[in-house]
Design a protein around this ligand. Structure first.
Ligand code: NAP
Length: 330
């Protein structure tokens, strides 16, 4: 819904914890927020299982359930969700013009940008070839082979050997989840030290069917390109970071878990980004443009937690409200 002059008071881009929290706050402030919820509403948490570290749920809560609650809460508070993504953002000062991938054009006095981040690709031969080209491919013959989400695709690899690449919390979490479904899970990590927290490493170490290949990187994902109806992974060649020697792991699935990249392509040349594409913002979530705020994983490379993203969404909403009041637009 637009303000009286046809210009929105605020447009929120993204529907993870940051965007939805901004929606709850701006909705309650009667700013009539529109949230461009994108193609995967709810963001990364819809692809995780149990969330044990979001306050308020003593036994934890399933990620998709948490996001479903947040979406409903934002709507209840007055946010309008639009199931489209921002394709173009124009203007160097408010009001900004935002065009969606569906061709809608919004004019808005403030923007809260909260698009999150997407999985980082391994960048090796075979990675693109053996990714499912459409979601139904993942179900074929135990999975097309390369994926980045154990909760989404793990069930397609039941009783099969798989590998998880990475040494952070995501890798430990994915491996632990997969160990309950798959015959064997091999964690491939490029060094002996881990970024993952002690508790997550210990949980994985205690799991009998989790094996470790440390000091190895992926050299190539191997498979049968002519398999019907889709190409299938048959293994993965890994290369030692110590002596360059290689060996082949016979796995049916490769789960990439080597971090994320911020979803900020649409902002190139619009606001200041750092060298890796994260939006530069101060501790009030203000970016290089007036009335333009950033919140969550598209800005934050350090904490990347649902609760910190939600906190940033709250701060951005309060700052947008103060800005509108200051400008006499509230
Ligand atoms: P991360 O902490 O950045 O870890 C990425 C891992 O991938 C690192 O071990 C890194 O190795 C490795 N890596 C990066 N690029 C690589 C490449 N090109 N080839 C091979 N290996 C590569 O990412 P994350 O695990 O996704 O976690 C992100 C954030 O989310 C963290 O703050 C984490 O605590 C949080 N998280 C929390 C939970 C939870 O609490 N339940 C679950 C998942 C994630 P190096 O260490 O050698 O750089």
């Amino acid at each position: 819904m637009a303000a009286d002059d046809g210009i929105l008071k605020t447009l929120i881009v993204g529907s993870g914890p940051a965007g939805l929290t901004a929606g709850i706050y701006t909705g309650r402030a009667n700013m009539k927020p529109v949230i461009l919820a994108g193609s995967s509403p709810g963001g990364q948490l819809t692809k995780t299982s149990e969330v044990e570290n979001y306050p308020g749920f003593r036994k934890g809560i399933l990620g998709p359930k948490l996001m479903d609650e947040m979406i409903t809460q934002a709507q209840h508070c007055g946010a309008e969700l639009v199931w489209e993504s921002a394709a173009k953002i124009e203007g160097k000062a408010p009001p900004y013009s935002v065009t969606t991938d569906g061709g809608k054009v919004y004019k808005t006095h403030t923007i809260i940008f909260a698009t999150g981040a997407a999985p980082r690709f391994l960048g090796v031969k075979g990675e693109l070839e053996y990714q499912p080209k459409q979601s139904s491919d993942a179900k074929v013959g135990g999975g097309a082979g390369v994926t980045y989400c154990a909760v989404c695709d793990g069930a397609f690899y039941r009783k099969m050997p798989v590998a998880v690449v990475g040494g952070g919390d995501s890798a430990m979490e994915e491996a632990t989840y997969l160990s309950k479904l798959c015959s064997e899970v091999t964690i491939v990590h490029r060094r002996e030290g881990f970024r993952a927290s002690k508790v997550m490493i210990e949980r994985a170490q205690k799991t009998p069917n989790i094996k470790w290949e440390l000091n190895y990187v992926v050299d190539e994902i191997l498979g049968d390109p002519n398999a019907k109806p889709v190409p299938l992974v048959t293994g993965m060649r890994i290369k030692s970071t110590k002596d360059g020697s290689t060996k082949v792991l016979a796995v049916k699935g490769v789960f990439g878990a080597i971090g994320h990249i911020p979803t900020t392509k649409v902002l190139q040349g619009v606001v200041d980004l750092d060298e890796d594409g994260y939006i530069k913002a101060n501790d009030r979530q203000e970016t290089s443009l007036k009335g333009f705020y950033a919140a969550g994983d598209c800005h934050d490379r350090r904490y990347r937690q649902a609760v910190t993203a939600a906190g940033m969404g709250c701060k951005a909403a309060l700052e947008a409200e103060r800005y509108l009041t200051h400008e006499g637009l509230a």
